[in-house]
Design a binder for this molecule. Structure first.
Ligand SMILES: [Zn+2]
Length: 116
């Protein structure tokens, strides 16, 4: 998606300068404008980090969420390193719904607005 540099910068800052999916900080260069549709965000486009862009592919946000929900089980099945880290308590697995940063960010902003 081709955007002017001003639009690109405002898109990068839309959710506090962080990836709309995972919430990690976006570099000035090296992130992606992702069309996810107006059902999710005003304008329908969000900024995504390269890792989220690659793992999401062309999936819809809901399909991406379902993919992420199976991530720990896939890691247990396919990664001896992950199983070892689990066994020694170096990582822990939690059962929590996948919430994207753009959903958490908006909710947190609204809470801030409520308290002021
Ligand atoms: Zn990300």
């Amino acid at each position: 998606m081709k955007l002017s540099s001003v639009k690109r910068e405002s898109l990068r800052m839309q959710f506090g300068g962080c990836c709309a999916f995972c919430g990690s900080e976006l570099p000035v260069r090296g992130w992606h404008a992702e069309f996810i549709g107006e059902d999710f965000v005003v304008g329908g486009v969000v900024a995504a980090c390269t890792d989220c862009r690659i793992s999401k592919g062309n999936a819809t946000p809901e399909a991406f969420r379902a993919l992420l929900a199976g991530q720990v089980e896939r890691a247990k099945r396919h990664s001896a390193n992950f199983r070892t880290a689990l066994r020694f308590g170096l990582v822990c697995s939690v059962k929590t719904p996948v919430r994207f940063w753009f959903e958490r960010y908006t909710a947190e902003q609204m809470q801030v607005a409520h308290h002021s």
